[in-house]
Design a protein around this ligand. Structure first.
Ligand code: ATP
Ligand code: MG
Length: 356
């Protein structure tokens, strides 16, 4: 089975990419699907959130046995330098999908590494992509997944890639590997602006790949990977971190929501539809409403990260001191966590039903 590869992408920072991808992965795994998280952000927030700060520090350590640590670097660096060995080290989040569920899927993670900053510099658009000479270097996340399946007999139905807030080569690489991308947005002035930029930049990424691909295929006629990659589709947007009163969005948040919606309708979608090589806006994107609405989780979002417990299970844990003054979550907080858990599940279902 080939995995569906999905990137969580917005060049704006702090919009909830990492928080959403983690909770989404938990939902998809809870529905019985083997899921792999790849932390492709040098900030490594996803690794810290899921594995824990101190534990993650161990994964970074270089030793004779693990010369490149036990992160994505252990696979990517030897690959890029064309060395014989390259190892993959998987780990599981501290908090596993609920074992009481009938048959939860596995949820694994390939930890990130600050070294990804160097990797981003090693990858070059002109020499690797446009010339067609180094397209495989941009497919490293996908090669890693294929290797897990071929050599380690580990196959996944969904691979979710967390990205830095940038348009750099790491983002290109993940998008070239991806079948779909999701775009989280927060209610603020810059989100609408950034969404507009995605419509400008993505078609140029795709164009570069196409150019390189044509050159590459001239002398690699039967290569099947490059031929089918470099075609990421828009999977929807997620409205994250807004407040409500009486079940309705607060006025200021509604205002920003309307602005984002307008940019999506008038700029993002028309720009993506101009891509002629493939259908970047799938049929299921009929109305432009977000595919999930995640409210402001307030102290619960950072406490979830601090405790390495996803929102689905956070209400069963005590809040840490600092997150809240009392020793337990109040009813309003518990209800909000339950409601947002349903939103993450809804997003998971959207993916399972539509990302075919
Ligand atoms: N729905 C939410 N409610 C409240 N806080 C949130 C919510 N989503 C995310 N946060 C908080 O906002 C901060 C940024 O979130 P996160 O790290 O997920 O964003 P990001 O887009 O991955 O950031 P970066 O661009 O730096 O990778 C974190 O402290 C997180 O706890
Ligand atoms: Mg992040």
């Amino acid at each position: 089975m080939t995995a569906k590869v999905i990137s969580m992408f917005n060049n704006k920072g702090g919009v909830g990419k990492t928080t959403i991808i983690w909770n989404l992965a938990v939902s998809i795994a809870s529905m019985g699907h083997n899921t792999l998280l790849i932390d492709f952000d040098p900030q490594c927030n996803l690794s810290i959130a899921t594995i824990g700060y101190e534990e993650f520090a161990e994964y970074l350590k270089e030793s004779e046995k693990f010369p490149y640590g036990r992160t994505i670097r252990a696979y990517a660096q030897p690959y890029i330098y064309q060395m014989q060995i390259n190892n993959i080290h998987l780990t599981q989040p501290k908090h596993k999908p609920d074992q009481q569920l009938e048959k939860p899927g596995n949820l694994d993670i390939v930890p990130g590494d600050f070294w990804l900053n160097k990797f981003a510099d090693i990858l070059t658009v002109g020499t690797d992509v446009v010339s067609g000479a180094g397209l495989y270097r941009f497919l490293v996340p996908l090669l890693l997944v294929n290797r897990l399946s071929d050599t380690f007999n580990k196959s996944y139905e969904y691979v979710l890639i967390d990205l830095p807030p940038s348009f750099n080569t790491l983002v290109r690489s993940a998008l070239y590997c991806s079948d779909y991308f999701l775009v989280p947005c927060t209610p603020d002035l810059f989100s609408a602006y950034c969404i507009g930029l995605i419509g400008e930049v993505l078609p140029s990424f795709v164009k570069d790949w196409k150019q390189g691909k044509e050159r590459f295929l001239e002398s690699n006629k039967f290569d099947d990977l490059v031929r089918h990659k470099g075609k990421p589709k828009f999977g929807g947007w997620i409205f994250n971190g807004f407040d409500t009163k009486g079940g309705k969005k607060l006025g200021a948040d509604q205002y920003q929501y309307d602005k984002i919606l307008k940019i999506i309708e008038t700029r993002l979608i028309p720009d993506l539809k101009k891509i002629s090589d493939y259908n970047c806006v799938p049929e299921f994107i009929k109305n432009l409403e977000p595919v999930a609405n995640i409210e402001d989780l307030n102290v619960m979002a950072p406490d979830s990260i601090g405790q390495n417990v996803p929102i689905k299970y956070l209400s069963t844990k005590k809040p840490t001191r600092g997150a809240i003054s009392s020793t337990s979550w109040n009813r309003g907080q518990t209800r909000l966590m339950e409601d947002m858990d349903k939103e993450y599940d809804k997003l998971g279902k959207h993916i399972i039903d539509n990302f075919t």
